[in-house]
Design a protein around this ligand. Structure first.
Ligand code: FRU
Length: 468
């Protein structure tokens, strides 16, 4: 289909559905959600000429995965976002089944997108091209087309380029599946973003001392953080182990040392980035003043997603809030970006036994909980958070099966920072040592009910709406 007809179709779908989607009480007020249709991965997260841009995998035509477009928001402050004209539509022969995930760079002052053109064949096989598009003076993106074909030795699952500049070169990491169906991360180098030299496999299943570690690694991201190199990736096919790897697909990181000359990345163990029910495909960027920010998809491609009530109103999924990353003793800490504090209204404070805690509105709120012993907190009937002195339990009923499901964190709990929006919750443990992210669909307005016989100290802020 031509670009014009795809754009027209998308526009018709937005015009037809956006009022209904906007009136959904579960629509977030300070998280990013698609005007209509399905959102998945954040793409092209960048601060360019002082302005933040977040692109996203978008099917504007249905609440289903399908041919993906790139939606686009921009913001001066990470709070108030403007939905920009659609950036990429899958109109060309090299991207018939989607303009898949990728990243953005500033190249000689031009915002430049590097993404995967995904092509599926009738026999079920597929191929992938890594493609370029550059912003023109009208703010549209002109496609250069493929700059890299499928490298030899890999299946058609090669995608999600993340590109950065270092020492006068461009580098790219790519998620890949080799011919023995092992997930890998590839490293490439370029001087002009147009021709790419394959340097090698830097991480993956059966590499760097890892055993069998999944059949595909999606959405890699590699960056320097507090003096170390960090590789984020999303391995698919890890079996659940006790309390680890409980979601259908994982999202985590390795800390190591990248040697671009030798194309080696010796690294430590894999750590999950988030322990909640919905978190996947995060992407990071470095701000002008040097902070490393991460934004993720508050979703997982697992099929249960289609049981979310927002589908009835024609939209599905949100992004997480932007988070600031630091590395403490080899572990990533994540905190809500400091800009989000500007959303806070008046603070209410309370201290006493959990049973006596006031019932606060948490539809759009931040709640800080200080505790050591035990408590439980019901976030409006759909999600229960319980600390038993050793273990933090997040439980809910699975929307598809109706059965209870649980995620846990073990450690020594001092403090929780709980960021709530109409249908999303992000629980930051001990100032970001671990995070649990989940969608939830409480009885609205959502009331927070504490119970327990031990003391807790609480702070509560209602959060203001952002312009979305
Ligand atoms: C991750 C992912 C990417 C792919 C995109 C397609 O959720 O599968 O690997 O590029 O989504 O929408």
């Amino acid at each position: 289909m031509t670009e014009t007809s795809l754009l027209k179709q998308a526009l018709r779908s937005v015009v037809a559905g956006q009022v209904k989607a906007a009136s959904d009480p579960y629509r977030p007020v300070w998280h990013l959600a698609p005007p209509v249709g399905l959102l998945n991965d954040p793409n092209g997260f960048i601060q360019h000429k002082g302005r933040y841009h977040v692109f996203y995998q978008w099917n504007p035509l249905a609440c289903a995965h399908g041919a993906k477009f790139w939606g686009h928001w921009s913001s001066a402050d990470l709070l108030n976002w403007r939905h920009e004209p659609l950036a990429l539509a899958p109109s060309e022969a090299y991207e018939t089944h989607g303009c898949y995930s990728g990243s953005a760079v500033s190249d000689h002052g031009h915002l430049t997108l590097i993404y995967t053109g995904n092509v599926k064949y009738p026999d079920g096989s597929r191929t992938a091209f890594q493609c370029l598009a550059r912003e023109n003076a009208k703010g549209e993106f002109d496609k250069t087309g493929p700059v890299l074909d499928l490298p030899e030795g890999y299946t058609g699952h090669v995608r999600d380029p993340k590109v950065w500049r270092k020492g006068g070169h461009w580098f790219m990491v790519l998620g890949a599946q080799d011919l023995s169906l092992q997930g890998k991360v590839l490293l490439l180098r370029s001087d002009d973003l147009l021709s790419w030299e394959f340097l090698g496999e830097i991480a993956g299943s059966n590499l760097n001392g890892l055993g069998d570690f999944g059949y595909m690694w999606e959405c890699p991201d590699l960056f320097r953080l507090d003096g170390q190199d960090v590789l984020i990736c999303c391995p698919q096919g890890l079996p659940a182990q006790a309390d680890r790897y409980l979601n259908t697909f994982q999202s985590g990181y390795f800390v190591g040392h990248l040697d671009t000359e030798k194309a080696k990345f010796p690294h430590g163990e894999f750590t999950e980035l988030d322990l909640g029910f919905e978190f996947y495909a995060p992407q990071t960027t470095q701000t002008d003043e040097g902070r490393r920010l991460l934004i993720g998809w508050m979703g997982i491609p697992d099929g249960d997603e289609f049981y979310q009530p927002t589908v009835e109103n024609g939209w599905l999924h949100t992004l997480t809030c932007p988070r600031e990353l630091t590395l403490v003793a080899g572990k990533i800490f994540q905190r809500p970006a400091r800009e989000l504090q500007a959303l806070r209204g008046d603070m209410q404070q309370w201290q006493g036994l959990a049973d006596d805690a006031p019932v606060w509105d948490v539809t759009r709120a931040e709640v800080d909980i200080e505790t050591v012993q035990a408590f439980s907190a019901d976030f409006g009937g759909d999600l229960l958070l319980r600390w038993d002195g050793d273990c933090l339990h997040l439980t809910r009923k699975n929307r598809r099966t109706g059965l209870p499901e649980e995620r846990v964190w073990h450690g020594s709990l001092r403090k929780l920072t709980v960021m709530c929006d109409s249908s999303g919750i992000e629980i930051f443990i001990n100032d970001g040592e671990a995070v649990m992210t989940s969608r939830y669909f409480p009885v609205l307005p959502a009331r927070l009910n504490f119970s327990g016989h031990y003391p807790i100290a609480l702070r509560h802020w209602l959060l203001a709406d952002c312009v979305l």
